[in-house]
Design a protein around this ligand. Sequence first.
Ligand SMILES: O=c1ccn([C@H]2C[C@H](O)[C@@H](COP(=O)(O)OP(=O)(O)OP(=O)(O)O)O2)c(=O)[nH]1
Ligand SMILES: [Mg+2]
Length: 158
Amino acid sequence: MPHDLDVQLLRLDPDLPAPAYAHPGDAGADLVTAVDVTLQPGERAMVPTGVALALPDGYVALVHPRSGLAARHGLSIVNTPGTIDAGYRGEVKVLLVNHDPVEPVELRRGDRVAQLVVQRFERARFVEVDRLPDSVRGAGGYGSTGGFSSQPDPSEES
Ligand SMILES: O=c1ccn([C@H]2C[C@H](O)[C@@H](COP(=O)(O)OP(=O)(O)OP(=O)(O)O)O2)c(=O)[nH]1
Ligand SMILES: [Mg+2]
């Protein structure tokens, strides 16, 4: 079990719950929307969560979608995962989007709309070189290893 990290939290909207983990061992603490919002198909909206944080140096909080809402309603986050920098002191906001092609998504103040994953990160020192070391993958990417095995590549059909 990871140790608990103290993260300073300011409740800007004291009637709303603080971010909370639903189960022991969960990676994401649920965030709620502070406002009612209805998203039409394809529509996006930036919703406030009623909280601000001061993360310790060397940590980041990532705003992830909730899979249940994604599966049931097509609700996701435009910039998933959103990045909350350690130095950010403003309100945590969630840029929601309704991916359902037909149904609107209706959210009420207090609904859990996203989850916050707090992680350590490394800060890179970018060391410029004239040539990168060889690797097995090389420059291959973007599907270079093939696609779905159930769908044969038409160029290989006889
Ligand atoms: O989902 C998000 C993403 C970002 N932020 C806040 C915290 C973050 O520290 C700040 C800046 O985010 P980011 O660096 O992703 O956006 P940017 O477009 O690069 O803005 P900036 O120029 O302020 O860095 O906005 C949120 O509240 N929610
Ligand atoms: Mg930025």
